[in-house]
Ligand binder design. Structure first.
Ligand SMILES: [Zn+2]
Length: 188
């Protein structure tokens, strides 16, 4: 089982000021929907793992978050892809949970759900929290320059053993060009 776990904002959809609180604020980044479709047809399961502290802050509710994710999944499906699972951390940083990235809880849960081992699981994100969650879970980890990724690179915050691509499409190119059973060169 090959699994790809994606952060949401900055990887799949545009970063907005504040939070995405309504479906119409969820706007895909160029090429991201097609990248999910290519991964899906390449035999990868694709999951999303997203911190949603806005839930615990009462800025919106689970019904609205579900509506946002329905739009996300429909747009991916219209492009020929599939989101196989969405993991949500509803907690605020103060709640000190085990699921909020940079902790690896959501990634471990998704790997468990799909029977995926860390060595064949890829985490893709645009923030230090995403990258550190991926490394903490033992996954192959990629930073994309889209969203906040370039700022992280400019800040010199990139840990070792993290691959870098312009965007999700670039990561998909890397993963799909790697022969089955081999591992992406940039993440060794
Ligand atoms: Zn949590």
């Amino acid at each position: 089982m090959k699994l790809v776990i994606l952060d949401r904002e900055g990887v799949l959809n545009r970063v907005v000021e504040g939070y995405v609180l309504k479906p119409e604020q969820w706007e895909p980044l160029p090429g991201s929907l097609d990248a999910v479709a290519r991964l899906h047809h390449g035999g990868f399961r694709v999951a999303v793992a997203t911190n949603q502290a806005a839930l615990s802050r009462g800025l919106f509710d689970m019904a609205m978050l579900n509506a946002i994710h329905q739009r996300m999944c429909r747009m991916v499906e219209a492009a020929g892809g599939k989101i196989d699972a969405v993991a949500i951390c509803p907690h605020s940083p103060e709640q000190d949970c085990s699921c909020r990235k940079p902790r690896p809880g959501m990634l471990l849960e998704l790997m468990d759900r799909f029977g995926a081992v860390p060595a064949r699981t890829t985490m893709v994100g645009d923030t230090p929290a995403d990258v550190h969650a991926g490394l903490a879970a033992g996954c192959r980890t990629w930073l994309v320059r889209s969203g906040h990724g370039q700022a992280m690179l400019d800040g010199g915050q990139l840990p070792p053993h993290v691959g870098v691509c312009d965007d999700l499409s670039g990561v998909a190119d890397q993963l799909l060009s790697t022969p089955v059973g081999d591992e992406p060169a940039a993440a060794t």
